[in-house]
Ligand binder design. Structure first.
Ligand code: SF4
Length: 211
């Protein structure tokens, strides 16, 4: 995609979504971190349902440690992989208290050292909680970047690095949310809604749908 087309691509997404936000509900960097750990292979709706009960009861690392692993499971057992997630969250809480005074660190290496936190989760927290211009490449962003020709790559890391190079600076902070929402609701995996897509003329996908 040509630079002028990338500019136009994001200008149009911004016009319809001026302030894109994550659909996960949270009130602090710690709550966001827990929600993102819970969201692996789960829907945002399912995570929000669980955290709407969990966070009023425990919304800090110390409070979740006080619940204990079994206590935490009572709140999250509707979410897939809840046993492993409970174990990771408890261990993450312990490390946050021991190493970071109970705060979520604004630092990639420190975040990725937490159990259950990989590069994607660290990117979401750095971007969404702290406003850093990072892009967490999930399945939606990977698909949109490749289909459109915006930032083609064979792996999520390749796509992430390409996006960081080619997304116009003014759009980088919110690019993550625009691309996720575009992928989730328009450029869907099985049947992209090309006829109603606002970036159709800029997109180089060869199998655009016509109905
Ligand atoms: S035109 Fe189709 S393939 Fe291209 S971005 Fe839009 S929905 Fe996706």
């Amino acid at each position: 995609m040509k630079p002028a087309d990338r500019e136009e691509f994001f200008a149009r997404l911004k016009a319809v979504m001026p302030e894109p936000k994550t659909e996960l509900e949270y009130a602090s960097p710690f709550e966001l971190l827990v929600a993102v750990i819970l969201s692996a292979q789960a829907t945002d709706v399912g995570v929000n349902k669980a955290t709407s009960r969990l966070f009023p009861a425990a919304s800090t690392p110390r409070a979740i440690l006080a619940l204990g692993e079994e206590g935490l499971k009572d709140y999250i057992r509707t979410i897939g992989l809840f046993n492993a997630k409970a174990r990771n969250i408890i261990e993450t809480c312990r490390l946050l208290v021991e190493r970071h005074g109970g705060e979520v660190p604004r630092d990639r290496a420190a975040l990725e050292a937490l159990p259950g936190v990989g590069r994607k989760t660290a990117n979401v927290v750095l971007n969404t909680a702290f406003g850093e211009p990072t892009v967490a490449v999930d399945t939606h962003i990977f698909r949109v970047a490749n289909r459109t020709g915006l930032a083609p790559g064979k792996t999520p890391l390749q796509v992430e690095q390409k996006l960081l190079r080619v997304v116009p600076a003014a759009y980088l902070k919110d690019a993550h949310h625009w691309l996720i929402l575009h992928g989730r609701y328009t450029c869907k995996a099985r049947k992209p809604a090309c006829p109603e897509c606002i970036v159709r003329d800029l997109c180089s996908f060869k199998s655009k749908t016509s109905v």
